[in-house]
Design a protein around this ligand. Structure first.
Ligand code: ZN
Length: 164
């Protein structure tokens, strides 16, 4: 069961995501990086705003956290994301040395457009990583997070499907 701290930070992440809007087309995805109860960074997806396909909430948060503490390594920190991190963000998490990844809505809760691979689940990236000090957990406030995104069976306009 997720502990109350996880739910607390996920609620904050949901609130931050909603600052972008409540429609899935607003890409309301947010990430918090927290260590010892202190927020190192809290950011939203900025891909449209910055014309940068890599500006996912998790990546932007990792950059901000590193700059804030003057260290690219975020050991001991937890990355919270309202949506299961994509492959890029999962790999970046491995390199960033965060200790935990906690996400809200998972791959099966949302439309496939949020993931680049048909079969590979990013949870498997973590399972297969060299690092043994990294964990990933999903499902924290999953239903609330999933409401922010297109559902598995939604008819999403092709131009909004960023993975194709
Ligand atoms: Zn991502």
């Amino acid at each position: 069961m997720p502990d109350t701290q996880d739910e607390r930070w996920m609620r904050e992440a949901i609130a931050l995501a909603l600052t972008k809007g409540s429609d899935p087309s607003d890409t309301p995805i947010a990430a918090f990086i927290v260590r010892d109860g202190k927020v190192l960074a809290a950011r939203c997806n900025e891909t449209e705003e910055t014309c940068d396909a890599t500006a996912h909430a998790e990546i932007v948060a990792m950059r901000a956290a590193g700059a804030a503490i003057g260290d690219m390594e975020l050991r001991g920190a937890t990355l919270y994301s309202t949506l299961q991190p994509c492959g890029m963000c999962t790999m970046a998490s491995i390199w960033s040395k965060v200790g935990r990844i906690v996400f809200g809505a998972g791959r099966d809760d949302v439309h496939p457009m949020y993931f680049e691979d048909r079969q590979i689940d990013t949870v498997d990236f973590i399972r297969d990583a060299w690092r043994d000090d990294l964990s990933i957990e999903g499902g924290v406030l999953a239903a609330e997070c999933a409401k922010l995104y297109y559902g598995p069976d939604d008819d999403v306009p092709v131009e909004e499907q960023g993975n194709i």
